[in-house]
Structures are given as structure tokens and as C-alpha cells.
Design a protein around this ligand. Structure first.
Ligand SMILES: NC(=O)C1=CN([C@@H]2O[C@H](COP(=O)(O)OP(=O)(O)OC[C@H]3O[C@@H](n4cnc5c(N)ncnc54)[C@H](O)[C@@H]3O)[C@@H](O)[C@H]2O)C=CC1
Ligand SMILES: O=C(O)C(=O)Cc1ccc(O)cc1
Length: 381
């Protein structure tokens, strides 16, 4: 092996003679984003698997993998790393299927499922014929799905949780960590059960609440369309995650059932408490709730990609006159700064507009902020 990855040993130590083969089962948003991080790197070969022949052709024609197959056995054969990137409800079947195949001794099987306890428990019960299973969960994503939504930068700067068990060989974890450096994500290790408790609270519950909230408003809208018309900025922002893939989320919530039921109960108790404050007209109590929330929120990691926001954003105060959007877009374009979205938040004739600029990379955000400030715009995060 040569170049950037010289010395990147295949898990069986057979580094020099063969490329390190990475098999990706389910090349969608997450599988495709991982594939893009690995493909084209010296010493690595990326093979995609789908149950569907049309999908395998698409993976190759979009340049996301080196080759693709509908045969699990072919994808798995001689692979050094096997990434299971299918919906959570399918993960255990894939682990079962792999346990029946002649895998390369010392290969590493990992997954990207949003829940960890059940798949880790399942894998620990199987004889994996010399393979090592390590649970994984890249904590970045978006409400989009499919290989079309995959991006080389999706996982950059995000947290990537690994859940090795007590018996997992340390050197296998190190090999996986070394490969995952290519994603530029930050590795965090924790126990699978604890993972599901925490991620249930900070990701699964917010997704559920967003869906319930949108559906509540959609119900009102049936009798008065002004609900949709007036549902601007804030509502749209906090409910973006309600547009996640229905089947991906069905599997996540069902798989994390016990955690979700406990969280929903506690959420309902929180809402009851809030309703009590309102019905008793306890203004101080309401203000205290907002104060506590504001305090905790201000301690959240800033601009951390992953949960709830997968973009880097800033706001620019702009005088409300025609042409300003084009002017800013042109300035950014001339500086070769990649803008991924641009939106007017408030724009009335007598009120200064606020333009929201979204970027996929932190560096673009930093450069845009510096450029726009240098030419006199008021930019804030
Ligand atoms: N969507 C997100 O933001 C995140 C999702 N995850 C996890 O990543 C995994 C994949 O999710 P995404 O990439 O978002 O979904 P996706 O829908 O973009 O990709 C799923 C892939 O699995 C394949 N697939 C779907 N149903 C299948 C079935 N029944 N049998 C075999 N293959 C099937 C699809 O063809 C596709 O290639 C899930 O386990 C999810 O929990 C993890 C982090 C973030
Ligand atoms: O879209 C967002 O902001 C998310 O919260 C993405 C997300 C969805 C599922 C995961 O398991 C991890 C991250």
C-alpha cells in the first residue's frame, strides 16, 4: 500500500498484498456518506450492497462505490470492514446472514443504526466466525434519505459513537477508529444501553415531538388554512426533523420502545406541569421554566453538527431593498464560498430584513462571516 494510507493494515494484518476491502450494506444517506469518505483513498476498495439491482447500478453510476452487488456473500467475501447501514429493523437479519458466511478472519462488522442495545446484544450471542462486531452510530444526518442525499462532508465534525462490549478486542476498536478518521468525525465510546437512553432523549424524543406538533397544527389547518400560511420561521425551523424517513423512524422508535415509553411519560408530566402554571396564572413559574431552559441551552456545544441541525448557519441584517440577495450571493460566489441555502426570515418594507445563510462546512461559514463583515454587513450566529 502506498500514499496517505501506507501502513493501513487490513484487520488480518495482510496489509501489503491486497487492498483493504470495505463492504457497505445499504448505500443510503449514511452508508453513501461513509462510502464517499473511503472511496478513492489509496489502499481502499469500497463495495456496495443492495437487495435491489437497480440500486446497485445507481451506487456505481453516481460514483459512490467502486463496485456493487446484490449478493451479500459476494460483498462480504474477503471484506476487512463490513458496515451495516440499513434500517434498524433489518440489522439483526444482516448480522445473522453474515454469521453464516465464511468471513475473513479478524474482519470488523459494524453498523450505523440509531439504536445500539439490541443489535449489540444480538451480535454477542452469535458465533461470528472470527469476525468482531462493534456497534456504531454517527450522530449526524438529515431529514433527507437515499444515496442522492449522501455527502462527503455529512459526518465531518460530528460525534460518532462506538459501543464496544467488555470482550471486544481493543486492537479491533483501534482499527475501526483509524478507518473512521477518514470521516473527520469525533469518536466517542459508551455503553450500548446508555447510548439508547441518551440518544432516545436528545434525538428520538425531539423527532417524535416534532411529528406530533406538525400533525396537531395540520389538524387545525383542515378547518382554517391560515394556520399553514402563518406558520413561518420558528415553526418551520423546529419541525424540520418531522420530515425524516417514515420507515427509518418507525424502526427507531419501535426498537427503543422501553426508553421511548418512559421519555413520553416524563414529557407528558412536563406538559402537565406547564399547563398547571398557566391555569394557576403562575407567571413567575412560567418565567422560571424559560430561564432554566435558556441557561441549559446556552451551554450546548455551539455549531456542533449532528443533532437537530446539520448545517452551519449565520444571519445577516440586510436593508430591505431589491437586489440585496443577488449581491450577497455574488460576493460569496466570487470568493468561492459554497452556500447551501439562503432564506429571508423577515422582510417588510419598513423593517430590516434578516437573511439566513446555510453552509455545509464550517470553513465556508467562517469565511463568509469574515467576508461579509469586512464589507460592512452585520453578521451574527
Ligand atoms: N437518517 C439519519 O439522519 C441517520 C440515520 N442513521 C441510521 O442509519 C441507518 C440508515 O439510515 P439512512 O441512511 O438515513 O436511510 P436511507 O433510507 O437513506 O438508507 C437506507 C439504506 O438501506 C436500504 N434498505 C432499506 N430498506 C431495506 C430492507 N428492507 N432491506 C435491505 N436494505 C434496505 C436502502 O436501500 C438504503 O440503501 C439506519 O439504521 C438509521 O437508524 C444514523 C444516523 C443518522
Ligand atoms: O436531522 C437532524 O438534525 C438529526 O437529528 C439527524 C439524526 C437523525 C438520526 C440519528 O440517529 C442521528 C442524527
Amino acid at each position: 500500500m502506498s500514499g496517505e494510507f501506507s501502513g493501513f493494515a487490513a484487520p488480518n494484518g495482510n496489509a501489503e498484498s491486497h487492498k483493504t476491502k470495505i463492504a457497505i450494506f445499504g448505500v443510503g444517506l449514511i452508508g453513501g456518506s461513509l462510502a464517499l469518505c473511503f472511496k478513492g483513498k489509496p489502499g481502499l476498495e469500497v463495495v456496495g450492497h443492495s437487495v435491489n439491482a437497480a440500486s446497485t447500478e445507481k451506487y456505481v453510476s453516481r460514483g459512490v462505490v467502486d463496485r456493487a452487488t446484490t449478493s451479500i456473500a459476494e460483498a462480504a467475501s474477503d471484506a476487512d470492514f463490513l458496515f451495516l447501514c440499513v434500517p434498524v429493523g433489518r440489522l439483526e437479519e444482516y448480522v445473522d446472514e453474515l454469521s453464516r458466511l465464511p468471513l475473513k478472519p479478524g474482519c470488523i462488522i459494524t453498523d450505523v443504526g440509531s439504536t445500539k442495545a439490541s443489535v449489540v446484544r444480538h451480535a454477542s450471542k452469535l458465533k461470528l466466525q472470527g469476525a468482531v462486531f462493534i456497534g456504531g452510530h454517527p450522530m449526524a444526518g438529515s431529514e433527507r434519505s437515499g444515496v442522492e442525499a449522501a455527502s462527503l462532508h455529512l459526518l465531518e465534525n460530528a460525534y460518532y459513537v462506538l459501543t464496544p462490549s467488555e470482550g471486544t478486542p481493543e486492537e479491533a476498536v483501534e482499527k475501526l477508529e483509524k478507518l473512521l478518521k477518514l470521516t473527520r468525525a469525533h469518536i466517542v465510546k459508551t455503553d450500548a444501553v446508555q447510548h439508547d437512553d441518551i440518544v432516545g432523549a436528545i434525538s428520538h424524543l425531539p423527532h417524535m415531538i416534532a411529528v406530533a406538533l406538525v400533525n396537531q397544527i395540520a389538524g387545525y389547518n383542515e378547518t382554517n388554512e391560515l394556520y399553514r400560511t402563518l406558520a413561518a420561521g420558528g415553526f418551520r425551523d423546529i419541525t424540520r426533523i418531522a420530515s425524516g424517513d417514515p420507515y427509518i423512524w418507525r424502526d427507531i422508535l419501535l426498537n427503543n420502545r422501553d426508553v421511548m415509553l418512559k421519555l413520553v411519560k416524563e414529557w407528558q408530566e412536563g406538559m402537565e406541569r406547564f399547563a398547571g402554571l398557566i391555569s394557576r396564572e403562575d407567571g413567575d413559574g412560567i418565567a422560571e421554566e424559560f430561564r432554566r431552559a435558556g441557561d441549559f441551552r446556552s451551554q450546548l456545544p455551539e455549531r456542533r453538527k449532528g443533532m437537530i441541525t446539520s448545517l452551519y448557519e449565520c444571519y445577516v441584517d440586510v436593508p430591505d431593498h431589491p437586489g440585496i440577495i443577488g449581491k450577497i450571493a455574488t460576493e460569496l460566489g466570487q470568493a468561492k464560498i459554497n452556500l447551501s441555502n439562503l432564506q429571508i426570515i423577515e422582510s417588510r418594507e419598513d423593517v430590516p430584513g434578516v437573511l439566513r445563510l446555510s453552509f455545509k462546512q464550517e470553513d465556508d461559514l467562517d469565511r463568509a462571516t469574515a467576508l461579509l463583515q469586512s464589507i460592512g454587513y452585520d453578521v451574527h450566529m
